[in-house]
Design a protein around this ligand. Structure first.
Ligand code: SF4
Length: 385
């Protein structure tokens, strides 16, 4: 079974006001060695599982993994390769903030086995970067994207966010054109979402944050996909675009509800079949990095909550994640796996209004459907009984 390993490195320089990830602003001062020791201890707790697994992807996410030294990253890759069989073609990704690396560090990351980088550019305009509270400036991203190529990386992603207050289509177009100038293999273009518990969430609730209307966001999403598709990128997932063959293998593990092991503070894991749990099981770790370190130091499990999935929860996961993909989900596979019938008639209006498409036995969202993904996915779920 295809297995991905996610390593969560939760430290950032500052906390961005829109971010609801398990990440912490530290001004760059954090207990790197202690955290790495804890990660290694946790990996070893899964020794039995890993012995029988083939690891096809490793993803260092955060937080800001590029704050860690290449030596720490090398140590983790080495530990995984001693515990499990890592495929020769494994995708090994690392997220980086352009403000936190220089050319030498990129060369080092390549030398220790990183073969895919994901660059948190977010925008090439100072106005948007200031709005998002980012530490990186346009010039930092431009330098890093040049150095990445100099260091020999051919597989890298540029992260962009649109939907800032007062954003114009010209600003969005500028970001897309700038990104294309660096010929990345992959572009993730996310619409800004306002999450509870974030600085933006508080400002929004108190009426101090003005955002584009849904109609306007729809236009941005449409424009993004038009520009990137005409430049040869495949919109293989709602917010993700790649050159042929450069889809993010690690994220495909999530979208296909395959097995993944999440290591680190607050990391989530999912195993789709298990001798104990017929429909799969998922669990997550304590979120606090300090607690995560101290628990592992005591050789205790950092798992905060674990639960076996019911048949319906497992189906919900499959539909929820699978419909994010352009290819969609195989109706017959789901009917067979879950012993359920798919009553197409029940959601006939979604086909007629061109929100969903059925082709070769796969059901998927149309471009129009992607704009209302959450609502439509809930309705599709209702057609299985
Ligand atoms: S750098 Fe990334 S992970 Fe860190 S706070 Fe900003 S958005 Fe969140």
């Amino acid at each position: 079974m295809f297995t991905g390993i996610y390593i969560h490195l939760p430290y950032c320089v500052t906390k961005c006001p829109y971010c609801d990830f398990n990440s912490y602003g530290t001004e760059g001062i954090f207990p790197e060695k202690e955290y790495m020791d804890a990660v290694i201890k946790e990996l070893n707790m899964y020794g039995d599982f890993l012995r029988n697994a083939q690891v096809d992807t490793i993803f260092f996410g955060g937080g800001t993994p590029s704050l860690f030294t290449s030596k720490s990253i090398e140590q983790i890759i080495f530990e995984i390769s001693t515990l499990a069989k890592v495929s020769n073609y494994a995708e090994i990704s690392l997220e980086l903030n352009p403000k936190t690396v220089d050319k030498n560090k990129l060369i080092e990351f390549k030398e220790v086995g990183i073969n895919r980088l994901s660059v948190g550019v977010q925008s090439f305009t100072s106005r948007k970067l200031d709005f998002y509270g980012r530490i990186n400036k346009p010039v930092d991203s431009e330098n890093v994207l040049i150095w990445i190529k100099d260091a020999g990386f051919t597989n890298f992603n540029i992260d962009l966010i649109y939907g800032s207050a007062d954003e114009t289509i010209f600003e969005l177009e500028f970001d897309l054109k700038e990104a294309l100038r660096f010929e990345p293999a992959h572009i993730s273009a996310y619409c800004l979402t306002i999450e509870d518990g974030t600085e933006f969430g508080r400002l929004y609730k108190s009426g101090k944050l003005k955002l584009p209307t849904d109609k306007r966001l729809g236009e941005f999403m449409d424009h993004t996909s038009q520009v990137l598709e005409s430049a040869g990128y495949n919109n293989y997932e709602i917010s993700n675009f790649s050159k042929p063959g450069f889809e993010c293998k690690h994220n495909l593990v999530y979208w296909r509800s395959n097995n993944y092991l999440g290591i680190g503070a607050g990391a989530h894991s999912h195993i789709s079949t298990d001798s104990e749990y017929k429909w799969g099981v998922r669990w997550f770790n304590y979120r606090s990095p300090d607690k995560y370190i101290s628990i592992n130091n005591n050789s205790e499990s950092p798992v905060c909550k674990k639960n076996g999935l019911s048949k319906i929860e497992s189906l919900e996961d499959k539909v929820l994640m699978g419909l994010r993909l352009k290819k969609g989900i195989s109706v017959s596979e789901l009917e067979k796996k879950y012993h359920l019938d798919f009553e197409k008639e029940k959601i006939k209006y979604l086909f007629e209004d061109e929100f969903i498409i059925i082709s070769d036995g796969y059901i998927s969202l149309s471009k129009k459907g992607m704009l209302f993904a959450n609502e439509i996915i809930t309705r599709v779920l209702g057609a299985f009984h």
